[in-house]
Design a protein around this ligand. Structure first.
Ligand SMILES: [Mn+2]
Length: 468
């Protein structure tokens, strides 16, 4: 399960051995200094120039970089029994970079940038993110929504990316026939064609991934009096459980329009209900008629919400059985792992600061962002993998100079050998400001990316003093 950054792009072919080595160097420098600019992350002027030259080379692309990482991700997934493919889209905003070419409009004409749709593989049993498995970046030409959006065939719509994500999950299922693969997506991925494809594959005996989405529309049902949401609320009661929520501001859809609301922090009692539903097919202008599909619906409802606050209510649709309380709880837990892809995107933007990269062309910028995507995933992996495998030797992820420098700084006797992964991540977290008291949770991504930055300085100083 090694996650040395060099392993992640070991399979890359940039048409030249020197280029392959150079990209490894650049990736290592970015991983050691996630927050710095590329110029500062490269040691010295000559290195920086070589790095920029590489990013401008036309052989170096977003696809090639992430394709190499995908191989490493799939290898890690080989050890898992249950794999989640979590997909989500993020926008990369370069509105303030007026000289950058190749961008497209974001949600408003005045905002410019890219959209990136990422598939993150997660080990369902440990909740550890295994890496990216497919990633698609695009620019938006013009807005079709509202202006004859219904005339556009599904294949040409932006929402088709979710369907492609499902096909990718089916590929993973084919590669790992002993594992159960489940795609997870938010309300945007509530798309009928995915359910129809899942059903078709089952009927034809093709390998397929299971589906889990948060229901986004109140669909009409076959053989039922009510629509989907009402039917779900009246589903069979399976049991209750408690969750503690932190207070937060959140955007909620109220009567079709987005509104900023405040969620009160509280210990909530949640009731779980489930029911089988037969969905009425979506009608499209283009393509053939879609068949009805039967899915399980899991509804989570808050009992006795505080006065004046809306109850927490989640509607999940899944191809997995949800007949019993434990099956339904598993589905809810699996859905909670969707949060990891949001965290990945936050690390990419707040930790690796990719929206601050100053390059003039998207052809040079996008490969840099692709490398930072791997760096961002690795921070997430460091945080969670140590929880799953605390006693492993840290040298599977850190170089000997890194752990030696950390031991020196923390006053750990150098002759005790490499620390465990949990100890090493704890030390890096401390460098980044983590308090590390007994009751504290383990270091979060902020502490880790700040800690890595410091660790790199310590390594350089240690090497300069001849101590490492
Ligand atoms: Mn989303």
């Amino acid at each position: 399960m090694a996650a040395n950054i060099l392993n992640e792009i070991a399979g890359i072919d940039l048409g030249d051995e020197r280029r392959n080595r150079r990209i490894g160097r650049l990736a290592s420098q970015m991983a050691a200094s996630p927050q710095e600019s590329i110029r500062a992350a490269c040691k010295g002027w000559a290195e920086a120039i070589a790095g920029f030259r590489l990013l401008h080379n036309e052989e170096v692309t977003w696809e090639k970089i992430l394709c190499a990482h995908e191989q490493a991700t799939l290898e890690r997934a080989g050890a898992c029994e249950r794999i989640l493919l979590v997909q989500d889209t993020t926008e990369l905003d370069y509105s303030s970079h007026k000289s950058l070419t190749g961008t497209g409009r974001l949600d408003a004409q005045t905002r410019q940038g890219f959209y990136a749709h990422n598939h993150l593989l997660v080990d369902e049993d440990t909740g550890v993110a295994l890496g990216l498995c497919g990633s698609h970046v695009w620019t938006r030409e013009q807005e079709t929504k509202g202006h004859g959006h219904k005339q556009v065939p599904f294949k040409e719509k932006e929402s088709h990316r979710w369907f492609q994500g499902y096909l990718k999950a089916c590929e993973v299922a084919q590669k790992h026939p002993d594992a159960e693969v489940l795609t997870v997506g938010d309300r945007e991925s509530d798309i009928y064609e995915i359910y129809a494809e899942w059903q078709r594959r089952g009927q034809c005996g093709e390998s397929r991934a299971e589906v889990l989405v948060r229901a986004g529309r109140d669909r009409a049902l076959l053989d039922a009096d009510n629509n989907l949401f009402q039917t779900m609320r009246a589903g069979r009661e399976l049991g209750t459980y408690q969750v503690e929520f932190a207070s937060k501001a959140q955007v909620r859809k109220v009567n079709g329009s987005s509104r900023l609301t405040h969620r009160l922090g509280r210990k909530a009692e949640l009731q779980v209900r489930s029911t089988k539903v037969r969905l009425k097919p979506t009608q499209r202008k283009h393509g053939g008629k879609l068949p009805p599909v039967e899915l399980w619906a899991v509804c989570v409802l808050e009992i006795d919400p505080p006065q004046g606050h809306e109850p927490i209510e989640w509607f999940l649709l899944t191809s997995l059985p949800a007949e019993t309380f434990s099956q339904a709880r598993r589905i809810i837990r699996a859905y909670a792992n969707r949060w990891l892809v949001e965290e990945l995107h936050r690390i990419l933007k707040s930790g690796c600061r990719v929206e601050q990269i100053n390059l003039r062309t998207s052809a040079a910028l996008l490969p840099a962002v692709a490398l930072y995507l791997i760096v961002a995933w690795r921070i997430l992996y460091l945080r969670d993998f140590r929880r799953a495998q605390p006693d492993l030797c840290c040298s599977i992820i850190f170089t000997s100079a890194e752990w030696q420098a950390a031991c020196l700084i923390q006053g750990r006797p150098p002759d005790t050998g490499p620390p465990t992964l949990a100890q090493m991540v704890g030390m890096v977290g401390k460098m980044g400001g983590h308090m590390g008291r007994k009751k504290d949770p383990s270091p979060g991504p902020e502490c880790l990316w700040r800690g890595m930055e410091k660790l790199r300085c310590y390594v350089e100083m240690g090497q300069a003093l001849g101590r490492l």
